[in-house]
Write a protein that binds this ligand. Structure first.
Ligand code: FAD
Length: 459
C-alpha cells in the first residue's frame, strides 16, 4: 500500500476516533455548541486537532491563500459549462439570475495565460513551441536542456488517463471559456429542492460504494426514515474499509463546504439598486445544528476538516516543485509571477502518518476510487445552475487533482531534484483547480469561526 493510502488511513482513523470519543457528551445548550460541540479535539494522532487547524488556517494560511488566489494565474479558469449531462436528459436550467456565469471576453484574459493553458514558464513555453509536438509540460520540467527536450517529446506520447481522477473538460473545445472566478463568486444561488437533491443523491447512492439496502439518514428523497436508518448507515460505514469510508467523508466534506458558503454569502436583501449578501445564521443552523439535523450537522462539519487535511496534504506534496528556481506560475507579468512564488512558500505542512500494506489491494482500491470519482466529475455536467456547476466542476477537479497527487506519492518521491520527470505532471488547469478548491475549504474553515462568533452573540 503506498504512502497516499497511509495518510488517508492515519487521518481517517483519527477522525473516526474523534467522532466516537465525543458520542457520550451531554446535550449541549447554546446554539453555538449545538453546531460545534463535536467539532473539537484531535483529528489525528499528530498535531492535527481542530483548534490547531483553526489557528493555522484562519490566521496564517487563509489570508495568504486569498491573496494568491486573487492573482491572474489563479483567477482565470477555463471551463466548458455546455457539456451535456451524460446520465439523464431532463435538466432544467433553473433560470435564476444568481445562477448566471459571466465568461471573460478574450481581451480580458492575460496573453500569458491564454497561450499557456498547458504550460508553465516562459522558457518552457518557448521550448514547447519549438518542439511543436508537446501538449503538456510536466510539473518539474522547465529547463532548456536536451534532457528536457526529450522529456517534452515523451509526454506527448504519455497517455495519463489512467492517473486522472476526473473527467477533464476538453478545454480546446469551442464551448470552453475562461471565467474570472473573482467576478463569479460561489455563494447562495437559490438552486435547491428535488433537482439539487437528485444530484447529491446520485453521488451518495451510486458513487460512494453504498449498497441500495442501506439507507442514508435524512435523505429527502426517501420516505419514512427514522433512528434505525441512521444506526444502520453508520454501522455500515464503520464496517467499510478505511479508504471507502474516506471517500464518503471527502464527498460529505465537499457538500458541507458548499453549504457553508451559501449560508455565509446568502442573499439577505434585494432592492432594484443593489443586493446585500451576508451570513444567514438560520440557514447555517438548519444544515449544521446538532439537534435540528439529528446529530448529522456536526458530523458533516468534521468531514469538512477531514477534506481540509487531505487537500492540504496534497498541496504540501507538490509545493516543493513550485519553489524550484526554474518554475514560474506563469502569467506573463514578471513581478506578479515572482510574488506568487513568494506567497506559495510558507504553506508547508508537516506530515507524520504512514502505513504499509498490500500493494495489490491498494491498486484495486485506487482503481475503484478513480472510477467512482470520475463518475462524480461527470455528474457535475448535470447540475442545473451554471454558477453551481462552475464551482462544482472546479472543486471536484481540485479534489481529483489532490487524489492524483496522493496516489502518485511514490512517483513524486522518486522524481529527480531537477530536470524532467516522465512519470508525473500537472496541467495548469489542475494547479488552478487544486489551489482554488483548497481556497474554498480554507474559506469554509474561516467561515466556521465567523458563524461560531455569530451564534455565541445571540446567546
Ligand atoms: P442538500 O444540501 O441538497 O442535501 C440533500 C440531503 O443530503 C440532505 O437532506 C441530507 O440528508 C444530506 N446532506 C446534506 N449535507 C450533507 C453532508 N455534508 N454530508 C452528507 N449528507 C449531507 N446552492 C447554492 O446556493 N450555491 C451554490 O454554489 C451551490 N452549489 C452546488 C453545487 C452542487 C454540485 C450541487 C449538487 C448543489 C449546489 N447547491 C448550491 C445547492 C445546495 O448544495 C443544496 O442542495 C440546496 O441548498 C438545498 O439544500 P438542502 O438543505 O435541501 O439539502
Amino acid at each position: 500500500m503506498d504512502r497516499g493510502w497511509g495518510f488517508l488511513i492515519g487521518l481517517l482513523g483519527a477522525v473516526w476516533l474523534l467522532s466516537s470519543g465525543h458520542g457520550e457528551q451531554q446535550p449541549p445548550e447554546t446554539a453555538a455548541q449545538r453546531c460545534f460541540c463535536q467539532v473539537s479535539g484531535y483529528l489525528d494522532d499528530c498535531t492535527c486537532d481542530v483548534e490547531t487547524i483553526d489557528r493555522f488556517n484562519n490566521y496564517r494560511l487563509f489570508p495568504r491563500l486569498q491573496k494568491l488566489l486573487e492573482s491572474d494565474y489563479f483567477r482565470y479558469y477555463k471551463v466548458n459549462l455546455k457539456r451535456p449531462c451524460p446520465f439523464w436528459n431532463d435538466i432544467s436550467q433553473c433560470g435564476r439570475r444568481d445562477c448566471a456565469v459571466k465568461p471573460c471576453q478574450s481581451d480580458e484574459v492575460p496573453d500569458g495565460i491564454k497561450s499557456a493553458s498547458y504550460k508553465y514558464s516562459e522558457e518552457a513555453n518557448n521550448l514547447i513551441e519549438e518542439c511543436e509536438q508537446a501538449e503538456r509540460l510536466g510539473a518539474v520540467d522547465e529547463s532548456l536542456s536536451e534532457e528536457t527536450q526529450k522529456a517534452v517529446l515523451q509526454w506527448t506520447k504519455h497517455d495519463d488517463s489512467s492517473d486522472n481522477f476526473c473527467e477533464a473538460d476538453d478545454i480546446q473545445s469551442p464551448d470552453a471559456e475562461y471565467v474570472d472566478l473573482l467576478l463569479n463568486p460561489e455563494r447562495y444561488t437559490g438552486y435547491k429542492g428535488p433537482d439539487a437533491w437528485k444530484i447529491w443523491n446520485v453521488i451518495y447512492e451510486e458513487n460512494c460504494f453504498k449498497p441500495q439496502t442501506i439507507k442514508r439518514p435524512l435523505n429527502p428523497l426517501a420516505s419514512g426514515q427514522g433512528k434505525s436508518e441512521e444506526n444502520t448507515f453508520y454501522s455500515w460505514l464503520e464496517g467499510l474499509c478505511v479508504e471507502k469510508r474516506a471517500f464518503y467523508r471527502l464527498i460529505s466534506g465537499l457538500h458541507a463546504s458548499i453549504n457553508v458558503h451559501l449560508s455565509a454569502r446568502y442573499l439577505l436583501q434585494e432592492t432594484w439598486l443593489e443586493k446585500k449578501w451576508g451570513h444567514n445564521i438560520t440557514e447555517f443552523q438548519q444544515r449544521f445544528d446538532g439537534i435540528l439535523t439529528q446529530g448529522e450537522g456536526p458530523r458533516r462539519l468534521k468531514n469538512l476538516y477531514f477534506l481540509y487535511l487531505i487537500e492540504l496534504r496534497a498541496l504540501s506534496k507538490v509545493l516543493p516543485f513550485f519553489e524550484r528556481p526554474d518554475f514560474q506560475l506563469f502569467t506573463g507579468n514578471k513581478i506578479q509571477d515572482e510574488e506568487n512564488k513568494m506567497l506559495s512558500f510558507p504553506l508547508h505542512f508537516d506530515e507524520n502518518s504512514f502505513f504499509a500494506g498490500d500493494k495489490k489491494e491498494a491498486h484495486k482500491l485506487k482503481e475503484d476510487f478513480r472510477l467512482h470519482f470520475r463518475n462524480i466529475s461527470r455528474i457535475m455536467d448535470c447540475v442545473g445552475c451554471f454558477k453551481c456547476r462552475l464551482w462544482g466542476k472546479l472543486q471536484t477537479q481540485g479534489l481529483g487533482t489532490a487524489l492524483k497527487i496522493l496516489f502518485s506519492e511514490k512517483l513524486i518521491a522518486n522524481m529527480p531534484e531537477s530536470g524532467p520527470s516522465y512519470e508525473f505532471h500537472l496541467t495548469r488547469q489542475e494547479i488552478v483547480s487544486l489551489f482554488n478548491a483548497f481556497g474554498r475549504i480554507s474559506t469554509s474553515v474561516k467561515e466556521l469561526e465567523n458563524f461560531r462568533n455569530l451564534l455565541q452573540s445571540i446567546h
